[in-house]
Design a protein around this ligand. Structure first.
Ligand SMILES: C[S@@+](CC[C@H](N)C(=O)[O-])C[C@H]1O[C@@H](n2cnc3c(N)ncnc32)[C@H](O)[C@@H]1O
Length: 356
């Protein structure tokens, strides 16, 4: 792997990745620079490792094939019929770390997206402390935390995503990161305690009884996994520790739908919560986000767009909600206070879901 990293650095692949905004990984944007890559060597590695395009093995020099051999052995690359192609993964660089994840598509199982970076850019690991990364996927938050924390444990329910996290651990040469396969805290010893708990859960509000890509289905309020993450915090977060969870939920345009339940939980468990509402987007049949959510669900092939639109509209009407809000949540042991800071202001909207 060290040879591969040095090689990718030397051919300009790292520089190329660094020129794409890490908070918006978009296949069409990567593909859009295809014609600008006049260096043939850079172009074949960009095709193979970033955009998922087949490249004839004859195009690679023998030394290059040797460098790629570990990825062929690990089944990340497939050699077939004189061609080399990626097994659905892209290799990207985020904040100086190499990251394999699934080439962007509507139903990724090994996810890295805008929300991933939304959490990355907010991370506050404790120097020398222990970080727990729940719902780790390919592990970007673990990677970034590993530079500051003395120990990182990540938990991921999908064994394939966890295997890609192992690959990311390996390619970056990280020695303080442990990856466990399991369902949230069940994968930990009961006496484990962490100074920093981070989580980017499946976070999109969607009717419970409709299929939606697993990495994104957050149930009606978008918090079906987040509530379970909160449940374990009183026990697994150290007395002075900080938990950081990113998410979305429904809103009636005034108040996020999870607020009452969050307040009750905080009071009972004596946990202090800082909820920052970042952006609000209208949700009605004509709105971009309504259509986007329905489109992603329809790609599951179980239901038509028109049925899914009806189902989503019914959910909104039954809950009296009309908007999607994005938020970050910080949680600490305390007296049970919930503080809400609502930054949403149409006139200063950045266009992004995760930043003002
Ligand atoms: C939105 S993705 C986040 C992945 C990664 N942390 C990131 O931000 O790029 C959510 C991840 O949670 C995992 N997941 C869902 N339910 C889980 C559970 N109960 N326990 C552990 N992981 C879970 C999914 O497989 C998926 O990889």
């Amino acid at each position: 792997m060290n040879n591969l990293k040095a090689f990718l650095d030397a051919v300009g692949y790292a520089d190329l990745c660094g020129s794409f905004f890490p908070g918006a990984p978009r296949l069409e944007v990567w593909r859009g620079v295809d014609k600008n890559l006049t260096d043939k060597r850079l172009r074949r590695f960009y095709s193979l490792l970033l955009t998922g395009t087949k490249v004839a093995t004859a195009e690679f020099e023998p030394g290059e094939m040797e460098i790629l051999e570990p990825l062929i052995q690990k089944n990340v690359l497939i050699r077939k019929h004189d061609c080399l192609y990626s097994n659905g993964l892209s290799l990207y660089m985020v904040m100086g770390y190499w990251l394999f994840f699934e080439t962007p598509n509507v139903n990724p199982k090994v996810y890295y997206g805008d929300d991933s970076f939304g959490l990355v850019s907010r991370l506050r690991p404790v120097r020398g402390g222990a970080t727990l990364d729940l719902c780790a996927g390919p592990g970007v938050q673990s990677l970034i935390s590993s530079a500051i924390a003395s120990r990182v444990v990540s938990i991921e329910i999908n064994p394939y995503a966890a295997a890609i996290a192992e690959l990311n651990c390996d390619i970056n040469g990280i020695d303080n990161w442990e990856i466990r396969v399991g369902d949230l805290y069940d994968a930990l010893p009961p006496d484990a305690v962490f100074d920093h708990v981070v989580c980017n859960p499946p976070l999109l509000p969607f009717p419970d009884d409709e299929l939606y890509p697993f990495v994104g289905h957050g149930g009606i309020d978008g918090w079906s996994v987040a509530w379970r993450v909160l449940e374990g915090l009183p026990r697994f977060l150290s007395r002075k520790g900080l938990a950081q969870i990113i998410g979305t939920t429904l809103s009636d345009g005034v108040e996020p739908m999870i607020l009452e339940r969050l307040g009750a939980w905080a009071k009972t468990e004596k946990m202090d919560c800082d909820l920052t509402v970042i952006v609000q987007k209208a949700l009605d049949r004509e709105s971009e986000y309504f259509k986007g959510l329905v489109y992603s669900a329809s790609a599951m092939g179980d239901n038509s767009e028109s049925n899914l639109s009806d189902s989503y509209a019914r959910m909104l009407s039954e809950t009296n909600m009309n908007a999607l809000v994005t938020h970050s949540l910080s949680v600490r042991h305390g007296s049970g206070q919930v503080k809400v800071t609502d930054l949403f202001n149409k006139s200063v909207s950045s266009g992004s879901l995760w930043y003002v």
